[in-house]
Write a protein of this length. Structure first.
Length: 254
């Protein structure tokens, strides 16, 4: 039996992974963590064989939590769960730490579990170094220019450079990107997208993120809100009153 802990700050993501894992007869889910500190605490308490660790979590990140665990005695095996695109995945493939890309595919999960079962059966120590991984991810996160994400339209997938994105928005539990070449569906949440975007993308509304390089003008609207005109797009983007202060500071409007 493989004893498992799931660590992710988003409850729907934890529920999805739990649902997939419950189909395995040899997996026992011990506990769930909603942040990095809780993940470390639960690992010390329950001593799992394996933890599924989201990278972006409050308090401490999944990378920092992994470092803490790997520096302790008898750490669990760690599988990172990430929304990073294929360019980041190449970094994971260079190291001994496994990963799952959101949304999780059942075949990829099965492959990861097969690997874990073999490691457990062979009693290989979990003395995996995450320093190189942390350094690589740190440089990756701090240097996002030239990056590409994958979007879809009409059942086809397309690579889109981040600098081609005009704005993104959420509607009816789906995330859409409006780019210089059209509108596409992004398969992760707006929050997950925000985590990988560079600093020139600003949240203007709970459902909108804008690339400031495509802002044409900003027009006062009602009750302290604004409307943002986007270059080459006829649809204005809302700037809500709750986001206007930080937006004005970034744009030096005051």
């Amino acid at each position: 039996m493989v004893n498992v802990i799931i660590a992710d700050d988003e409850e729907p993501a934890r529920a999805e992974l739990k649902f997939l894992l419950e189909s395995y007869d040899d997996i026992n889910i011990l506990a769930e963590a909603s942040d990095g500190e809780m993940a470390v605490r639960l690992c010390y308490e329950h001593k799992p064989d394996l933890i599924f660790m989201d990278i972006q979590m409050p308090a401490i990140s999944g990378i920092e939590a992994a470092e803490t665990l790997l520096n302790s005695g008898n750490p669990p095996y760690i599988i990172f769960v990430t929304a990073y695109d294929a360019y980041a995945i190449r970094a994971f493939e260079l190291h001994a730490i496994d990963y799952l890309l959101k949304p999780i595919e059942t075949e990829r999960l099965e492959s990861s579990m097969d690997r874990i079962r073999k490691l457990l059966a062979s009693n290989i120590e979990t003395s995996i170094s995450v320093k190189a991984m942390k350094d690589m991810l740190g440089g990756f996160v701090n240097n996002r220019t030239g990056r590409i994400i994958t979007v879809c339209k009409d059942e086809k997938f397309y690579p889109v450079p981040l600098e081609k994105i005009k704005y993104a928005y959420a509607d009816d539990k789906k995330t859409y990107l409006v780019t210089t070449t059209g509108k596409f569906l992004y398969k992760n949440t707006l929050h997950q997208l925000e985590e990988i975007l560079p600093e020139n993308f600003i949240r203007t509304h709970r459902s909108y993120i804008v690339n400031i390089q495509f802002i044409k003008d900003i027009e006062p609207w009602f009750n302290g809100a604004y409307q943002i005109s986007i270059t080459g797009d006829e649809n204005p983007v809302p700037l809500s009153r709750s986001h206007s202060k930080s937006f004005k500071e970034i744009m030096h409007m005051e």
